[in-house]
Design a protein around this ligand. Structure first.
Ligand code: ATP
Ligand code: MG
Length: 185
């Protein structure tokens, strides 16, 4: 018996997607980190912070996924990346905040809740906010906090699709979802 044709899918995730200036400020960390840790710098314009990873979903469900995200209306906030860290298991170097703002915890909580309500499955590992800066890094014992802290003004979050581009993973932002203004401070 012949199999029905596969339905088209998209590999999707929600993320904080910075402005050019914000990603540029973090990209400036990559060269000094590479000198310390080796590895390969992630392309500056693709830097992002993953909030929830869904993986492959049928494309016809994208509209419903967007509606689920539209229901999330937590407050905007400032996010400060204080330093870089080496993650031996994954051989990555990543930027992370020293203090996770409560608004970020509320945002991921509300997003996960809404995804759940709308029947979407996502990776349930403990949320550890980070931005991958270098891959295939070898690590070092040297101090990695040699850069100036970088501040992001988080006004929205994004739905992104992973799309292979010439052998490496590229991303396409499919939709953006504004946060409520006035949450700073
Ligand atoms: P590649 O897998 O080719 O190295 P990538 O990891 O950048 O590329 P994806 O695997 O599509 O691309 O992942 C998209 C984003 O989701 C990345 O930020 C990635 O770190 C994150 N991610 C991937 N898999 C998971 C997962 N199981 N749980 C949480 N986050 C994930
Ligand atoms: Mg991956």
């Amino acid at each position: 018996m012949s199999q029905p044709p596969d339905k088209p899918t998209a590999r999707v995730f929600f993320a904080l997607w910075p402005t050019e200036a914000e990603s540029g400020a973090l990209a400036a960390w990559q060269m000094p980190l590479k000198q310390l840790c080796g590895g390969r710098a992630v392309l500056g314009k693709t830097l992002h912070l993953t909030l929830a990873f869904l993986g492959g979903i049928e494309q016809i469900r994208l509209e419903s996924l967007i509606r689920a995200a539209q229901e999330v209306r937590t407050e905007d906030f400032e996010l400060c990346f204080d330093g870089a860290h080496f993650w031996g298991r994954n051989h990555i170097v990543y930027a992370a905040p020293d203090h996770v703002p409560p608004q970020l915890v509320r945002l991921t909580g509300a997003l996960e809740q809404s995804l759940d309500t709308h029947g979407f499955k996502f990776d349930q590992h403990e949320f550890k906010p980070h931005i991958t800066l270098l891959r295939n890094a070898r690590g070092t014992n040297a101090e990695l906090n040699v850069m100036q802290p970088v501040h992001w003004q988080v006004m929205d979050f994004a739905l992104a699709e992973s799309v292979p581009q010439g052998g490496v993973m590229g991303y396409r932002v499919l939709a953006r979802f504004p946060l409520k203004t006035g949450g700073f401070g």
